[in-house]
Design a protein around this ligand. Sequence first.
Ligand code: PLP
Ligand code: COI
Length: 339
Amino acid sequence: MERANLDFPNLPFAYQETDYNIRYYFKDGKWSAGELTAEKTINIHMAAVCLHYGQEVFEGLKAYERPDGQVQLFRVEENAKRLQRSAKKLLMEPVPVEIFREAAHRVVAANRRFVPPFDSGATLYLRPFLIGTSAEVGVKPSADYLFMIFVTPVGPYYKAGLTPVKLRVEEEIHRAAPGGVGDIKCGGNYAAGMRATIGAKKDGYSEVLYLDAKENRYIDESGSSNFFAIRGNTLVTPASESILPSITRLSVVQIARDMGMTVEERPLALDELPSFEEAGCLGTAAVITPVELITWRGKDIVYVRDGKPGKKVLELYNRLTAIQKGEAADPYGWTEIVK
Ligand code: PLP
Ligand code: COI
C-alpha cells in the first residue's frame, strides 16, 4: 500500500480531502445499496427539510492502524445505535445498524491510504450523517433521507496529545435544556454553542463548560466532550438529560471500574470542583484531555501545575488508547477489524 503524502504526526483536527465517501438513499420506504463515490458535493433540493428545519443528525468515530498493519474501528455499533436514537428523536428515518456498519467498513477500506500510521498521534475520523432531503415548506418530517459517511485523517482536537487545556464555566449561554435535544447529536446543538465556544477560544480557553439550564448550578458538558473529575479513587461524571451520552465516557467508566475505581454518574455541582484533584474531557475527538484549570467567576480552579496530566487521568488515557489502537488486548469486544 502506498500511503497518502501527508505529514501524519502534525495533522490538525481539520477537514482533509480523501478518495471516497459512501452514500445510501432512503426513498419509497427503503434504503438503497451503498454507493462509493469520489464526488465531494451533494445535490439536494433548495427546499430540503434539513436546510430549513434542521433534520440533520451525525456521528463521529475513528479508525486506527494496529501494530500488525490491520485497521480497526472502535465501538462502531454504539455509534450506529446513537445515530438511531438521534434520528428517532427528530422523527427521521433511523439507519439500520447493519447499513451503518457496512458503510463504515467500506469507506475505511476504500480510503486505506489515508489511515494514519500506528501510533503517529493521528487517526482516521469518520463522519457519518443523515439528512432529510424531501422538499417541504411546512414544518414536518422529511419522507426521503440521505445517509453518508466521509472520512478525514485528523490530529488531536484540542492540543497536542495529552497537553492539559483550560476551560471556562459558561453561565449565560446554554447549549441545551431539559426536554430539549441536548442528548442527541444534531447539528443545531453545535450552532447553538458556537457563540460561547468561539468567545472562550478568543480568551485562550479550549472550550466552555455548560451548566444545567434550570438551576445554573450543575455541570453539563463542554461543547464537544463530556466532563469528569477525580478525587482519590473516585471518578465523578455528570448525569444530566441534556448531555450527549459519550461513547468514550462509557468506555472510560468501564475501564475505571476495572482499575478498581469507584465511579459516580450523578449531578456534579460547580461548588464541588475545588475538591477534585484531577479533571478531564472525554470524547472521540477529545479522547481524554486533561484539564489544567477551570475559570469560574474570574477565579481559577487549578488541577495541573507542571503541564503534565495527573496520574489517574494518564492511566485511563494509556489503557483506553492502547485498546483503541490495537496495542493491548480488547477484553470488551469494542474493536472490529476492517475487512
Ligand atoms: N458531548 C458532545 C457535545 C460531543 O460533541 C461529543 C463528541 O462526540 C461528546 C460529548 C463525546 O461523545 P463520544 O465520546 O461518543 O465521541
Ligand atoms: C466527536 O468527538 O466525534 C465530535 O463530534 C465532536 C466534534 C465537535 C468534533
